[in-house]
Design a protein around this ligand. Sequence first.
Ligand code: SF4
Ligand code: SF4
Length: 282
Amino acid sequence: MKDSDETYQDGIEPRKYKLEDRFNFACHKGKECYTHCCSDLNMILTPYDIIRMKNRLGLTGDQFLAVYTKPELLARTRLPVVTLKMLDDENKSCPFITPEGCIIYEDRPVTCRYYPLGMAAFREQEIQPTGEDFYFMVHESHCLGFEADKEWTVSEWRKDQDVEIYDEVNHSWMEFMLRKKSFGFQADLSEESRGMFFMVSSNVDRLRRFIFESSFLEKYDVEKDLLEQIKTDEVALIKFGFDWLQSALFGEDKVQMKDHVLKAYKEKAEKAEREAQKVQAR
Ligand code: SF4
Ligand code: SF4
């Protein structure tokens, strides 16, 4: 627990927490501060958050994005994300909070699960070129959870809050967020590429339409069993979507183009190069 007169700029304790590091915290219904943490938030939603929340609410991807989110372009990575739209009330409340608590508790976003911890990947100023994973502690004056004897390691907290599945499904998205070198750390993505990233990250229904209702399957080789799986399994679909993004944007070979399509692209590129050389020679 921090000393009572100790304060942190913007509530973030200036210390990196690793999995084995310890902290005191307890949160439960009946606490004086119960639900005080569920308003005026600028919360980025992860791909798996969106899947869990839209399904919980029985909405399509388009409906969920339209009703519950706001688009945002991250300042440093210039990647498009969505944040959870707060209500237009006095407290700017989360749309899912009631006096009884969170009405989507079992499907609440990963940021709510981690709190009072935060992940480095969600703070752009903390982005590490090495992709080093660490956590930070958010101290907010309204939260009485720190005044508890219950002690956790970061690892125990992650398990208790069931975040492991979120981190596993969001892994590729996180790597984009962390701008790892292997994913084109230096690359500034085109508008079209950012649109592809947004579709894979934020709208699994649109991604499904893109794969199954466009010329996608005429261009890419997708193994039969995987194709069957991604028709119905949304988690498999976004994992496949990120494999495709890595292939399309950063030249990895996770999802391969069909030979004749690749050949046609190469011939087109060679022709364009020859014509450019002719223009230069004039
Ligand atoms: S989703 Fe639930 S836990 Fe998260 S801020 Fe909203 S009400 Fe609170
Ligand atoms: S202890 Fe903190 S996290 Fe729990 S309800 Fe109170 S303000 Fe929210």
